[in-house]
Ligand binder design. Structure first.
Ligand code: FES
Length: 217
């Protein structure tokens, strides 16, 4: 199995949780994930790792990692897996909404949106400090207003947050082009059909690992 290595950990996880070196073919696209585990650990459960930004020698990881994965730790990586975000080429007003997860989960979309000259609003209550000047920061209280403004919306939320805040797509008046990344434990990545990652979208049940983790609203 291809190997990666933790090269840095960050205390502040709004921008990224860690730096991981790995072959470029493993770097997940925005919304996709890798399954990572430490072969030297007694914990057999794999961790889903998302990218906040690609780097020349790997990527910045958006996901929280086990505390024992200190710099220098070798990890096994499988992926990229799952369906990621698909930013429409025509989108000119892009809203990135980090509900109850760090905004890092959505930052991989920034260069793509900037490349197509889109105006960008990052909606969250704890934004990172080092964002490009072109990115407007708005609080979660402005979500409804931003939903009217945007022509594409990408939402990132835990499964619990999804149940509590949205419930189903009819509860939030999203733009016509909208996607949601459901952040849930995905220990098998679909291999064992464990069902741990099951999620309900519009009253239908899905596996986040295989059917998502990004869903169209
Ligand atoms: S993580 Fe096991 S089925 Fe999705």
């Amino acid at each position: 199995m291809p190997e990666g290595r933790i090269t840095e950990r960050f205390l502040e996880e709004r921008r990224a949780a860690a730096r991981i070196s790995c072959p470029p073919t493993l770097v997940p696209a925005p919304g996709q994930y890798l399954l990572a585990y430490n072969p030297a650990s007694n914990d057999p459960l794999a961790v889903a790792v998302f990218s906040a930004s690609p780097l020349a020698d790997g990527f910045l990881a958006a996901s929280s990692l086990p505390a024992a994965w200190t710099p220098g730790t070798s990890i096994h990586l499988r992926g990229p897996l799952g369906r990621g975000f698909a930013l429409p080429a025509a989108a000119r007003r892009v809203a990135l909404v980090a509900d109850d997860v760090p905004p890092a989960y959505l930052l991989g979309l920034l260069p793509l949106a900037l490349k197509q000259d889109a105006a960008i609003s990052l909606v969250c209550n704890n934004p990172p400090e080092d964002l490009p000047n072109d990115v407007e920061i708005r609080p979660m209280a402005a979500l409804e207003e931003i939903c009217h403004w945007a022509d594409y919306l990408a939402l990132a939320v835990t499964r619990e947050g999804w149940r509590a805040r949205v419930g189903n797509s009819r509860a939030l008046k999203v733009p016509r082009e909208a996607q949601v990344l459901i952040v849930a434990p995905m220990p098998c990545g679909g291999l064992a059909k464990c069902g741990v990652c099951s999620v309900e979208i519009s009253e239908e049940s899905f596996l986040a690992c295989e059917d998502g983790p990004v869903f169209t609203l």
